[in-house]
Ligand binder design. Structure first.
Ligand SMILES: [Ca+2]
Length: 261
């Protein structure tokens, strides 16, 4: 391909992507967030899931986990501990909500290291994981910030100052209810709160590291930062809970939570 055509193609494709892939200059291969957590942080929680669950209830996973949607469907097992793996199978339809499983965290800067896989039992398996603080007013259900892995992309989202800010949420809902397009200023604001990179999901085990440092959030897979973003909500001083939202099926074999400060 000649240079002019290459440049033209790059120029034309770039705006379509609106991506925010990790800048290799900013994050050289030697930048490793699992290493950052180990070197600078304190391990405040570790669960290898080497036990059996006790029924289907809110606290059945044990070790301090709570399944917020368990008691809506007590007859359905949504969290199965099997061979050292937490196998989550959400009863989304019956419970009227994706499985929401959370554990105390408690840091300003820090993060979680999670070994997970999509088992390939359902189409469109996805995983949303991040941080919640129900004690701060003005945020719907305390949703602060998340990494979201779908079959085709990975996003980072500042919910605290974005879609879960109560004023923004209420304003947005009025347009959604009327099935109207969001006004340009609201649309533009929400777009600054979320970044996405393409990704092809598979059914392998992966090490996922999700950290916040100041107003930056970073998500790494298998030792490499693949997406990062800066937004004021990421700097929330208290990531009180670490939480998983799983609409269908995900397996998790190990979770570590680290506090840097
Ligand atoms: Ca395990």
């Amino acid at each position: 391909m000649n240079t002019t055509l290459t440049l033209l193609t790059t120029f034309l494709l770039a705006p379509l992507a609106t991506l925010h892939a990790a800048d290799p200059k900013q994050f050289p291969p030697s930048h490793n967030d699992a290493g950052w957590l180990r070197e600078k942080g304190t391990l405040i929680f570790h669960d290898p899931f080497e036990r059996e669950e006790t029924g289907n209830g809110m606290k059945a996973i044990g070790n301090g986990w709570e399944s917020a949607t368990a008691d809506r469907v007590p007859q359905i097992k949504q969290a199965d501990l099997d061979s050292g793996i937490l196998k989550i199978a959400s009863a989304t339809k019956e419970a009227g909500h994706a499985a929401h499983i959370h554990h105390d965290a408690g840091f300003t800067d820090g993060g979680a290291v999670v070994r997970f896989k999509f088992p390939g039992l359902n189409k469109d398996e996805s995983l949303q994981l991040g941080f919640v603080d129900r004690e701060t007013k003005g945020i719907h259900a305390g949703h602060l910030c998340y990494g979201i892995l779908s079959q085709s992309n990975i996003s980072l989202m500042d919910s605290k100052t974005g879609d879960m800010n109560l004023e923004i949420r209420q304003r947005r809902q009025e347009y959604l209810d009327r099935k109207e397009k969001l006004p340009a200023d609201l649309d533009a604001l929400l777009k600054t709160k979320r970044v996405t990179v393409p990704w092809n999901a598979d059914t392998d085990w992966h090490e996922l590291v999700l950290v916040t440092e100041g107003d930056e959030m970073r998500l790494s897979l298998d030792g490499k930062v693949i997406i990062h973003h800066r937004s004021e909500g990421f700097a929330h001083p208290m990531k009180r809970w670490f939480s998983f939202l799983v609409p269908s099926t995900v397996w998790i074999e190990d979770v570590k939570i680290w506090k840097v400060n």
